[in-house]
Unconditional design. Sequence first.
Length: 278
Amino acid sequence: MTGSDRHFFSDERRAAILDMLERNASIQVSDIAKTFGVSVVTARSDLDALADAGKLRRTHGGAVSLKKRLVVSTQDRRVNINVEAKRLIAKTATNYIHDGDTVLLDSGTTALEFVRTLGAFTSLTIVTPDITIANVIDETLPRVDVVMLGGTLRKGHRYVYGPLALSGLAHIHADIAVICPGSFVASRGFMTEFPQMAELKSALMKSASTSIALLDSSKANNRGTYCFANLSDFQYVIMNSGSGTQMVSDAIETISEYEFRPTLVSADFIPAHPQEEV
């Protein structure tokens, strides 16, 4: 097959993808791969090319039509906010993960970036309430097992919560909980906007030996309604540089000597593994 032939077939396939979007308003990478008999990599490349051409909008694991009305999840709307900071934080967090670990993973776009850094691990189990995270693991990380918590779906946010999720966590003891707060308020602690999510985040932490907070500096001193944890409830807080990072550092210094003080880790460099520190 010549290069021009390949180009012709890709153009036909992409036109057909747009036809599918006209009918369904959204499409998944897995659907494209199955329908056209191409690899997941090729399917993603098609969607990226169509997005670059202004023909559709990319979402996690797929795309949505620009013409048809569709409810897009909050996670999809936030995916392009502070991306580099979230990637740095996520990459730094993997330094605290070992092969063989069971990791309780929170919901959100920083948690999603964390999952995308796990390709080098050969034996991990991720327990999560987040549907998008479970889907990304299923599609891209064949050596990582995923356990989905049950519960009530929070519409538009793609995670589950409630008594079933809490009951599931009561039967789990994990090595690490990776938590993504909505904000940090110095006078209160780590915050979120949804009361049931505050309950779930707290339960994730209680079910793990070690808890790590992933917080981009823009979320420090941001608004938040429900407090789910204090600084002393975490062993590590990982942040990128910024004015908010100094605020968290100052708050750590005010913790009583009789309480636990977490380690504030800069995401601007990759630290030595905590077990290798002297």
